[in-house]
Design a protein around this ligand. Structure first.
Ligand code: SF4
Length: 460
């Protein structure tokens, strides 16, 4: 099952379609505004009755500088005073939601994302964690997965010491590219030394895992320069690595308008960067988990994949897919049982709602039976590269081949092209199909049409 990825440029050209990353199915594009606070509270009541463990996501939207490639929900400001009013609203949200959760529901997973979570001062971070601990059942024996995104330009040893003391045991560092020319073109100047200092602090303070994010396809990148970045990052020995494709969509994301089209690498150069980085990472002992993610073999994600327990949620690959996920903060998404719900994406609206002691839930959807079935199929393929028809038939009381009969010609085409092995028992994604697993998942996506597809980037 863990054969190396087989690189097939011809297949990649033919099957690399724009599509979702499937951190959820249905994807957030399908959310509608008939979902509100009542639906969220109702779902939380069911979660409490079932006693399901919880995962918390906390969104801190502020950044002191703009990165030109950014497609996140963030607020660019140098005014640190903006954090406090936001923190107060977050605290209101924590108080309201925690009333609908039982103390028996343990917080197995916690993630602070952004923006830049360490935009908050040390006192503010301490205050936020105290508030979370007061209202939710956070573990205090270091057995939970408590992670935070770090911008190495906005953190130092003392920040890392504080985070460890507050209970964080995983960090994810944004690096993207180490080359000064690329960094200038994306307006993100960050030295290798800054990144190394944070990693050394994480190791010394016994954080359990360090993740680094890289992006290929950025302006001024060349295959040679990117290979150099990858080599330097490998030398830092992160436990996990994400290598994302930069999707240049300036019509949707304002900051990207500051990137010169002429500075972008060609499609052929991007392919070369991806191929070389996979080779470098594989040689260095990293395992391809799927969808842009790599991990060392002793990392929990790699082990979970081997044991068949890996899952995927809004935080990407996870070992906590069995938890209900509560999203806190502007634009944050919750996934509670069959409900997806999302907070207002406008910080003023978010703060105004919570200022009135009302939740800011604005959109979402309830999964129906068909969504649940397709979600299980997509999860299985994207996490494990194989699908046993019988397990789906037993869990969802359908005859797989009948249910998906319209897809069979497409599946057979993928089979004859060598992306998958298709037989009466199931599907096994072949090494040549692993980089393209998203295209396989897209076949099972009932909502995908041309218009929806245009909202997504390509795999490569
Ligand atoms: S990429 Fe990250 S650090 Fe840069 S502006 Fe966007 S959210 Fe902020």
């Amino acid at each position: 099952m863990f054969d190396a990825i087989q690189w097939d440029a011809d297949l990649i050209r033919r099957y690399d379609l724009a599509g979702p990353r499937y951190t959820s199915y249905p994807t957030a594009v399908q959310f509608h505004d008939d979902i509100g606070p009542f639906d969220l509270l109702h779902a939380l009541r069911d979660s409490r009755k079932a006693g399901r463990p919880l995962s918390l996501y906390v969104h801190i939207p502020f950044c002191a500088h703009i990165c030109y490639y950014c497609a996140c929900n963030k607020v660019i400001t140098k005014d640190r005073g903006r954090a406090l009013p936001y923190l107060e609203k977050l605290e209101r949200e924590i108080e309201i939601l925690s009333r609908h959760v039982s103390k028996g529901q343990v917080i197995e997973q916690l993630h602070f994302g952004g923006g830049t979570p360490t935009f908050l001062s040390h006192d503010e971070l301490r205050r936020l964690m105290q508030h979370l601990r007061k209202h939710f059942n956070l573990l205090d024996d270091d057995s939970g997965d408590y992670s935070i995104e770090i911008d190495p330009r906005e953190a130092d040893w003392s920040t890392m010491g504080l985070l460890r003391e507050l209970g964080f045991n995983r960090v994810s560092l944004g690096v993207q590219d180490l080359d000064p020319q690329v960094q200038r073109a994306i307006n993100r100047l960050q030295t290798l030394e800054e990144t190394r200092a944070i990693i050394e602090a994480a190791r010394t303070l016994q954080f359990r895992s360090v993740n680094i994010d890289l992006i290929y396809g950025l302006p001024k990148q060349t295959p040679e320069r990117f290979a150099h970045t990858v080599a330097e990052v490998i030398a830092l020995q992160p436990d996990r690595l994400s290598v994302f494709n930069y999707a240049h969509l300036p019509e949707r994301f304002m900051p990207q308008r500051r990137i010169n089209n002429e500075d972008l690498p060609t499609a052929a150069e991007k392919l070369a960067m991806l191929e070389a980085s996979i080779e470098q990472l594989t040689k260095a002992g990293y395992r391809y988990i799927g969808m842009d993610h790599f991990a060392l073999p002793d990392d929990e994600l790699a082990i979970a994949q081997e044991e068949g327990t890996l899952q995927r949620n809004f935080q990407g690959y996870t070992t906590h897919g069995h938890c209900d996920l509560i999203g806190l903060g502007v634009s944050a998404i919750s996934q509670i049982g069959d409900l997806y719900s999302q907070n207002d994406s406008d910080i003023n609206n978010y703060q105004q709602s919570l200022g009135n002691a009302q939740l800011a839930t604005r959109r979402g959807l309830h999964c129906n039976a068909d969504d649940r079935l397709r979600r299980a199929v997509i999860q299985q393929l994207i996490c494990h590269f194989e699908l046993d028809f019988r397990s789906i038939e037993q869990a969802y009381a359908v005859e797989f081949r009948d249910y998906f009969s319209a897809l069979w010609p497409d599946l057979q085409r993928l089979h004859s092209d060598g992306l998958i092995e298709l037989n009466d028992q199931g599907i096994v994604v072949q090494p040549a199909g692993r980089l393209l697993v998203r295209s396989l998942c897209m076949l099972f996506d009932r909502y995908l049409n041309e218009q929806v597809r245009q909202r997504f980037s390509r795999v490569i």
